[in-house]
Design a protein around this ligand. Structure first.
Ligand code: UT7
Length: 350
């Protein structure tokens, strides 16, 4: 059974940079708070009516396909990870397929938020190893800026997120001990509402009761996808219990990385490059310290792009490669944590 490898990778971020100072024009926040708590200096926002998660995914995919040395016709399966899809349904997978002229092949949409790329990588790895597909296009893309709350009420969420896309082509490799060595996926739905975009939805308040997450309560939300009550009460935004997410993240990141190391028999010292999901610079620094990694063995770019969720790992990995920080034979560790809660890791021998 051959291993699978990332044969080509690309990313796309919109041109428009939005600084912390720009956000201060809309909400009660400040540059110092955002930098201190998150490390973020600016993020990119897509052009409304022109760009979407799909269009950004297409741009990243074109680069990944070209770098893999294949053409669109060679792609035999698509996996698209996003929490900010163009439509509620169908998913972005078929839209990207249509835009890239790949009609006929399977297109799988996955909803694993910040862990989306690692979940997708694990799925692609299994499909390639089993011999089912030979050129899987894996895309993580987000158009967060279209769905954020730009009032002070939403400031803890809005300042963190940015738009962008990353894509990779996953192929079999005949090189022994190279490629994707192991992947590990986890979730705990106990915490589903701690970081969630609840409304609109078909839940009708079923899971909420009066838990006070700010999503509205059972009696008022009704059984409809979108209700007047949601509109009138401005309940159509993402919510996050930041401190709870932070607390879990700093525990689960090291745990799932150790799981990957133990499975493969490597140690922390063997890691040449660690690419964490760019959730918060403080989270990444905490994990870096826990692993005892020097600064040159971790790639952080949240300062420039904010948290781009499913896109953040492929964007960071691609940048690290382009900067010459990931070389042939390096042991690369990917890890993510986010809404769900979901978390995961992957070890790749480049
Ligand atoms: O990919 C996974 C996605 N999410 C994460 O990884 C997020 C993990 N959590 C975090 O990164 C942090 O919890 C945040 C950066 C979101 C927030 O930092 P924090 O230190 O946990 O702050 P907090 O939520 O406990 O809020 C502290 C104060 C509050 O004011 P009071 O109640 O002390 O007066 C907030 O209202 O900071 C206030 N605050 C803000 N102030 C200025 C919250 N957001 C902002 C803001 N600007 N943007």
């Amino acid at each position: 059974m051959p291993n699978s490898k990332i044969a080509g990778i690309g990313f796309y971020v919109p041109e428009k940079a939005v600084s912390n100072f720009d956000l201060m024009e809309h909400m009660d926040t400040n540059d110092e708070w955002i930098r201190e708590r998150t490390g973020i200096v600016e993020r990119r926002y897509g052009v409304k009516h022109e760009e979407t998660s799909t269009t950004m995914g297409v741009e990243a995919a074109k680069i990944a396909i070209q770098r893999a040395g294949i053409t669109n016709e060679d792609v035999d399966f698509i996996i698209f990870a996003t929490l900010s899809p163009d439509y509620y349904f169908p998913g972005c997978g078929v839209l990207l397929q249509r835009e890239m002229g790949m009609q006929g092949i399977g297109a799988l949409d996955i909803r694993n938020q910040c862990s989306g790329f690692i979940y997708g990588l694990s799925i692609a790895d299994q499909f390639v190893k089993s011999g089912m597909y030979k050129n899987i296009l894996l895309v993580g893309a987000e158009f967060h800026s279209a769905g954020l709350d730009y009032t002070t009420r939403g400031r803890n969420v809005t300042v963190i997120f940015g738009d962008g896309a990353g894509a990779a082509v996953i192929q079999p490799t005949e090189e022994k001990d190279k490629g994707i060595l192991t992947t590990h996926l986890h979730a705990d739905g106990t915490y589903a509402e701690q970081l969630a975009y609840i409304n609109p939805g078909c839940h009708g308040g079923k899971w909420l009761g009066k838990k006070g997450f700010g999503y509205g309560d059972e009696e008022q939300l009704g059984g409809m996808f979108i209700t007047q009550h949601m509109v009138d009460n401005e309940l159509l935004f993402p919510n996050m219990n930041g401190p709870a997410v932070f607390k879990f993240a700093v525990t689960k990141f090291p745990e799932v990385i150790n799981e990957a190391l133990e499975t493969t028999g490597y140690t922390k010292e063997d890691i040449d490059m660690f690419i964490p999901h760019q959730a918060n610079l403080r989270i990444s620094q905490f994990v870096q310290k826990k692993l005892g990694l020097p600064d040159e063995k971790i790639w952080n770019n949240i300062q420039k792009y904010g948290n781009t969720t499913a896109a953040s790992i492929p964007i960071a990995l691609c940048e690290a490669l382009e900067a010459g920080k990931v070389k042939d034979g390096d042991l690369v560790c990917l890890a993510a944590f986010g809404s769900g809660f979901t978390w995961g890791s992957a070890l790749i021998r480049w």
